[in-house]
Ligand binder design. Structure first.
Ligand code: F6R
Length: 610
């Protein structure tokens, strides 16, 4: 996830681009750059770091231009550095990109054979070279871009300028966000409206497969392949600038919850080959041979990432039959763990900077183990120091409470478990194909599950005065009970506990009276009947049951005072779907209790102290 901006008009483009990038910084902040055109020459200025660093690097220079592009990066391919920062250039073609190019490796190899020289590790640079290669064959800027994009697979929103046709900017989108702003004699492209809201509220939203040509006279849109002109409607935006930064959502946490279908799609894109039944191990920087040798796995993490680790144990042991131990990072490093030679330590961390997790990772390496980091931040300490890395492509998570990072960690663990099971011969190819088919449907099912929001809000209105809350789950959804309780505690300050439902009768049942809401996770899996019995036990002691169940599970409804129904998926992916109402419930309760959702008291997004 990155932010792009482009300007064509009558004012100096440089401050417009810098201001726009500041408004897009929430989309990524590890490197930034701008490109602008003067006298048929494009100047590119880039740097690693934040927009402030870019701004400082050009301070005092009298830069002026009327057409330019800007980019703020959230690294996906290649570490955060000046060379990998956008805009990228090939010949006179300069480009910014948000998205992921799935077939960049093949395209790059092909272009290299034809003599193209690459200066970055990014997937983006191949688009630039492709457009340049077609323009060298005599095609116009527009046609070269159309032709180049026929070869590109993946997701993109791009802005391109060309020294040979300096009066125009081109913009195209496929599966990545792009909006066009229409001012008086000035026009904008951007990943999000706040980037240009200061200058205009009139926007056009291009569809996938549409190409926009932007000059200071106006914007014309046509089909990328068909070249047919497309008439678009202009929409007037009424958001305040603060609302706009959150994409119209009241809080980053809610925005991030709603970003999950996109985050999961980006995390699985290009990482497995459904027809062949194979996981792309290059993306884990692992070899099948290495996986085959693994006989023991340790999963180590903190907080919400530790909940992902607990679920990972269920997935790995069930699919691949390799024994796992799960540790809280601060425990692992001090407990003198016995780590056999053929062990793999999987470290799970959104930020890649959590001090306890990094210390545990170093301890594991000291003990001779190979470390795989499942991490969201490219170039972070965990990612740099690990032997192998799997990046979750959820984009920057700004809200302190982790949501989309958690479900993409689960997605990564699911892919890893399949890869390990395949290497170990523990799953048949038909079973693997079924697991892939369910994974492909996951973004859509998450989208469907999010429609539960209003029903969750009703439950929150009923219970937001509660003093305590109990969450019950079984099997692979027991860690989701822990996750629901953690989220409620951390953002709404209600005391909550998560319990394996079978354990309730061994103690916590004493807490149940008519003031105690009990949320029971009841997917229709092999322990469904058992959780129904636990719900009965709560009912008969006057507790209020909120059931979270699979669509059509009427038996859950009759045992609950409130029921929330979710789409059916396979056993391993239920935690992804079932975490959605729990994150939403914590969110709504916190809002109703007037708590600071995105920055809860005493907490920090990245805990860099032990
Ligand atoms: C809870 C939450 C924290 C983090 C934990 C680990 O909502 O966000 O519990 O999960 O601090 O952080 P990372 O994953 O960055 O190592």
């Amino acid at each position: 996830m990155c932010g792009i901006i482009g300007y064509v008009g009558k004012r100096n483009a440089i401050p417009v681009l810098i201001n726009g990038l500041k408004r897009l910084e929430y989309r990524g902040y590890d490197s930034a750059g701008i490109a602008f055109l003067n006298d048929n020459k494009i100047t590119v200025r880039r740097c690693a770091g934040k927009i402030r660093d870019l701004e400082n690097s050009i301070k005092g220079e009298r830069l002026r231009s009327f057409i330019g592009l800007g980019h703020t990066r959230w690294a996906t391919h290649g570490r955060p550095s000046e060379e990998n920062a956008h805009p990228h250039r090939a010949g006179g073609i300069v480009l910014v990109h948000n998205g992921i190019i799935e077939n960049y490796f093949e395209l790059k190899e092909d272009l290299k054979k034809k003599g193209h020289v690459f200066t970055s590790e990014t997937d983006t640079e191949v688009i630039c070279h492709l457009i340049y290669s077609f323009s060298q064959k005599g095609l116009s800027f527009e046609d070269a871009t159309r032709e180049a994009l026929k070869h590109v697979e993946g997701a993109y929103a791009i802005g391109v300028i060309n020294e040979r046709e300096p009066d125009r900017m081109l913009a195209v989108k496929k599966d990545s966000p792009l909006v066009l702003g229409l001012g008086e004699g000035e026009f904008f492209i951007a990943s999000d409206i706040p980037a240009f809201l200061k200058y205009t509220r009139d926007v056009i939203i291009p569809e996938n497969g549409e190409l926009a040509v932007i000059t200071d006279k106006g914007v014309s849109i046509s089909g990328l392949i068909s070249k047919k002109p497309v008439r678009k409607q202009t929409t007037r935006i009424t958001w305040s600038p603060a609302m706009a930064e959150k994409g119209g959502y009241r809080h980053f946490m809610l925005k991030e919850i709603y970003e999950q279908p996109r985050a999961i799609s980006d995390t699985i894109r290009g990482r497995f080959f459904p027809e062949k039944g194979v996981v792309n191990l290059e993306e884990f920087s692992l070899r099948a041979g290495d996986l085959k040798k693994v006989n023991k796995i340790f999963l180590v993490a903190c907080g919400t990432s530790w909940h992902a680790a607990l679920i990972g144990k269920y997935m790995i042991e069930d699919m691949a039959r390799v024994p796992c131990e799960v540790d809280i990072a601060s425990e692992f490093r001090y407990r003198r763990p016995i780590v056999p030679e053929d062990s793999l330590v999987i470290v799970i961390t959104q930020s890649g900077e959590t001090a306890d997790t990094i210390a545990a990772q170093r301890e594991a390496q000291k003990l001779g183990a190979r470390v795989l980091s499942i991490c969201n931040v490219v170039g972070s300490t965990s990612a740099r120091e690990a032997d192998s890395v799997f990046y979750t492509h959820s984009g920057p998570e700004i809200g302190v409470a982790s949501t989309k990072a958690f479900t993409t960690q689960l997605t990564g663990l699911y892919l890893f478990s399949i890869a390990l099971a395949k290497a170990k011969g523990a799953l048949k190819s038909g079973e693997i194909k079924e697991l892939f088919s369910e994974l492909l449907q996951l973004p859509e099912k998450v989208e469907k599950a999010l429609r539960i929001n209003n029903a969750v809000l009703k439950v929150a209105r009923k219970f937001y005065h509660a003093r305590d809350f109990l969450y019950l789950g079984r099997g692979i959804n027991y860690p989701i009970a822990l996750e629901g309780a953690l989220k409620l505690k951390e953002i709404s300050y209600i005391h909550a506990e998560g319990y394996p439902a079978g354990e309730m009768k061994h103690g916590p049942i004493a807490l149940i009276d008519n003031n105690m809401p009990v949320l029971a996770l009841a997917p229709d899996d092999k322990v469904f009947e058992k959780i129904l019995s636990n719900m009965e036990e709560v009912n008969s002691r006057g507790g209020k049951v909120i059931a979270v169940a699979t669509e059509g599970a009427a038996k859950a409804l009759v045992r609950a005072s409130h029921a929330l129904f979710l789409p059916k998926t396979n056993y391993y992916l239920t935690p992804v779907i079932f975490s959605i109402p729990l994150h939403l419930l914590a969110y709504h309760m916190a809002v109703l209790r007037k708590c600071n959702v995105d920055q809860p008291r005493n907490l920090a997004k990245s805990v860099t102290v032990e």
